[in-house]
Design a protein around this ligand. Structure first.
Ligand SMILES: Nc1nc2c(ncn2[C@@H]2O[C@H](COP(=O)(O)OP(=O)(O)OP(=O)(O)O)[C@@H](O)[C@H]2O)c(=O)[nH]1
Length: 337
């Protein structure tokens, strides 16, 4: 900021509180006296005031008038009037723009009102000059405050975006099964609760499939745990491939998966379940890129349940699980619902 303007603003900030502490009305004349006192541009005035202050003389109207008459120069009235009008216009237009300036304007507003008040009487050219300087200084202060606030806000915005990305990432990790990259049980529980409450509110049908790999223990025992993991990933992928849109696939735990089919009637869910079963059963599993090792086929059993009045997510899951048990008891590689 221009040093002259900065000085004027500083003088203004010293003069006004001092005048108020000494109960001196902020008239243009009085302001001119105290401005020049703090600016130290009028040494005889400064000595006179220092003397009055040292002797604790009260600054009555006549003392103030005496200071003005003895130490402040007379000025031409027309010049005063013109500058007075211009300054008033400037203040008004600034006041109108106040709403557009985002923050940090309270002091500014107070100062402008002060300046405006000072212009009500007949100010001297020095005072007007001072006022214009002070107004500019205050404007620059607010503008630079706004610039730095904008920069701060931009930085804050970047930090928030980064934080939001980190949070999104974290919640993704918390909801994802590492082995299959499907939703995990926690994500399923949230989704299932939402679907049950949707059904309760608006009877939108929704079905749940519980999918369990058949004889997975013996598969693991024969081929090893790592190959077993690959099979889990394959089943997860096959489930994803078999559904669409808002359908929700999760690994519930171990070799058990769940598929939720929102807005789906029982018979359509049965078709989806059958297509999942077939897709998995028909696939010849192999491992290794060059020397492919044949692993044979795996199958899944599926239990199907639809949400019914009075259900919560646990009762729904229990019915699907009961159906899965039936599918296993009926020889596996089938769907029951
Ligand atoms: N490789 C691998 N195996 C797992 C994982 N989680 C659970 N299993 C295995 O899955 C097998 C599940 O076995 P069981 O519950 O007896 O069922 P099953 O052999 O699939 O037989 P049925 O369900 O009756 O057809 C166990 O051997 C578990 O160790 C996993 O993350 N990776």
């Amino acid at each position: 900021m221009n040093t002259n303007l900065e000085n004027s603003a500083q003088i203004l900030r010293m003069a006004v509180p001092q005048m108020s502490a000494l109960n001196i009305p902020v008239t243009p004349e009085n302001y001119a006296i105290w401005y020049q006192y703090y600016a130290e541009t009028n040494l005889s005035l400064k000595r006179a005031i220092d003397g009055l202050l040292a002797n604790e003389v009260e600054f009555t109207a006549s003392v103030n008038q005496g200071l003005y008459n003895n130490f402040i120069q007379e000025q031409s009235p027309e010049v005063i009037e013109n500058v007075q009008i211009e300054t008033q216009i400037l203040i008004n237009s600034l006041l109108n723009k106040m709403g557009q300036i985002s923050t940090g304007t309270d002091d500014f507003s107070a100062h402008l009102s002060e300046f405006s008040h000072e212009l009500q009487s007949e100010p001297t050219p020095q005072l007007l000059n001072t006022l214009v300087n002070n107004i500019s200084a205050e404007v620059e202060k607010v503008v630079s405050l706004n610039h730095s606030m904008k920069a701060d806000l931009a930085t804050l915005g970047d930090e928030l975006t980064q934080l939001k990305m980190d949070m999104d990432n974290l919640s993704k990790v918390a909801m994802t099964d590492e082995l299959t990259s499907l939703n995990n049980r926690r994500a399923y529980e949230i989704f299932s609760t939402e679907q049950v409450s949707l059904f309760t509110q608006s009877q939108i049908p929704c079905c749940l499939l519980m999918v369990d790999i058949d004889h997975f223990k013996s598969f693991n025992d024969t081929h090893g745990h790592l190959v077993g993991d690959k099979v889990l990933a394959f089943v997860g992928f096959a489930l994803k491939q078999s559904v669409k849109g808002n359908d929700f696939v999760a690994r519930y735990g171990g070799e058990e998966f769940v598929v939720m089919l929102p807005n789906t009637e029982f018979k359509d869910a049965m078709t989806v379940a059958e297509s999942i079963r077939e897709r998995i059963a028909m696939r010849q599993l192999t491992i290794g890129k060059e020397n492919k090792q044949q692993l044979g086929h795996i199958t899944v059993s599926i239990g199907l349940a639809n949400i019914q009045p009075g259900d919560d997510s646990e009762t729904l899951l229990k019915r699907a699980d009961d159906m899965l048990y039936q599918a296993k008891s009926s020889g596996r590689n089938c769907v029951k619902g």
